[in-house]
Write a protein that binds this ligand. Sequence first.
Ligand code: SF4
Ligand code: SF4
Length: 341
Amino acid sequence: MARSHNNSMPTGGKTLIAAAQIKDLAVAVGFNLVGIADPCVSAYAREYQAWLAQGQHGAMQYLEDSVAARTNLSRAFPWVKSVISVAMTYYTPEPAPPSAGEASLSDAPATLPSADQAIATARIARYAWGRDYHRVLMGHLRQLENEIRRLTADDFVSRAYVDTGPVHERELAARAGLGWIGKNTLLINPRHGSWFALGELLTSLPLEFDSAQPDRCGSCTRCLDACPTSALTPYQLNATRCISYHTLENRGDIPDEFHQPIREAQYILGCDICQTVCPWNHRPLLSEEQDFQPQAPAPTVKLQAVRQWRPEDWDRLTRGKAHRRAKLNMWQRTARILEKQ
Ligand code: SF4
Ligand code: SF4
């Protein structure tokens, strides 16, 4: 956890909460990492605009719509003086395979076939094994927000986001000292790796900022080498080549060139390969959050079952989960690609 050491500051008869107090509160409400970031103009504004201009964001139009706020928070939130950046691990152990008699619409063996075998089961990315991380983290952020409000002046203003607003959350997390942005473009904490969901609370509080951490990727290229679609160049993701984008965001056809890589990766939803190979993920922090424990249909799903899902099956199995972003026709489209020989 990034920490600073200022004490409560009296101003105009009111006591402002200190960064150290906020960090204790964040840990108390369940966050694993917390730091304070300066809400200054993005250091990546030019790269970000070039990335958009090249169309590497694909069909994610909302990234274009919010570019001004994303690169300069003060434009959208003139009152913002600090950003409390938080992270929560969603890493849970692989659940045991169901025993005989426990078969369900989503049951699947724990061992996946090799790439040259007919694929009957496919993986779901770890972040989507449990309840929707947006909801889980937002619940904890609201608790934190309420605690801070209780202890601060009446004019405290804040805004909470979990991958839902016009904020560059990885850059803010790196600025807040939670880790560095790796060549796989993910936030990597030097103790616990990258299996974290991020959130942030924009605030009107003048808090002491934390310091960024050094980049520790060094000469490693494991994520670049392992990506089945060559979607990564160091520190940049071409979303239009990424399996996670195609399985979750692309509502149309997936280009033919990605069908074989998708079969080799064996993911029907998301993709964890560039995290799994990262050496900083050798000692993940296990989630104690009940909501992140795996629920059907995770961690693997039978493709035949997916193809037979009716709208009501999709609705029941994805309700409250992050993978609801993929509509039924998208699940079944990707299942057909995975099964094709
Ligand atoms: S999520 Fe998968 S496809 Fe996307 S960059 Fe990482 S390894 Fe490549
Ligand atoms: S796999 Fe290597 S290069 Fe990629 S993010 Fe991890 S440490 Fe950095």
